[in-house]
Design a protein around this ligand. Structure first.
Ligand code: 5GP
Ligand code: ZN
Length: 127
């Protein structure tokens, strides 16, 4: 476990909010975790279920995560799936990764939004 902590803290960015949550420095509503990522509730939910899945590794966005580690990327999706099941939205949910301020990204540590519990066929982007 010590080795793991050292491994991931090596890439930690001290002024990154999600790194501080990953390290346990800031408290959060933790729902699930794995060796490579953690899942917790969004502080400002945009749907009845709004969970963030965050790789422990500090990278700025999902593209950088894919480039850095396909294992980390796959782990994020595995945790997304696990949380969607445990939150009861496995059959109806959206997974969103914002990349860049112009797309609405405000925290530059890669994360998936898992949104569910609402009817997105009527509300939202129409995607
Ligand atoms: P982004 O806009 O970067 O795609 O998503 C960042 C998300 O992080 C937003 O939905 C925002 O509500 C959430 N957020 C910001 N600060 C905190 C926090 O301190 N705790 C939690 N749980 N979520 C946060
Ligand atoms: Zn970070």
């Amino acid at each position: 476990m010590r080795l793991l902590v050292d491994l991931y803290s090596a890439g930690m960015s001290e002024d990154c909010l999600f790194c501080r949550i990953v390290s346990g420095e800031l408290p959060t509503d933790l729902l699930a975790e794995s060796e490579r990522s953690i899942a917790f509730r969004d502080i400002n939910p945009q749907a009845p279920v709004h969970v963030l899945v965050v790789p422990r590794r500090h990278v700025p966005n999902v593209g950088a995560l894919a480039a850095a580690s396909s294992d980390d990327l796959a782990d994020v999706f595995a945790l997304v799936s696990q949380v969607a099941r445990s939150e009861g939205v496995a059959e109806n949910h959206r997974v969103v990764f914002n990349t860049g301020a112009g797309a609405g990204q405000t925290i530059f540590h890669a994360h998936a939004h898992v949104l569910g519990g609402a009817d997105f066929s009527e509300h939202g982007l129409g995607l």
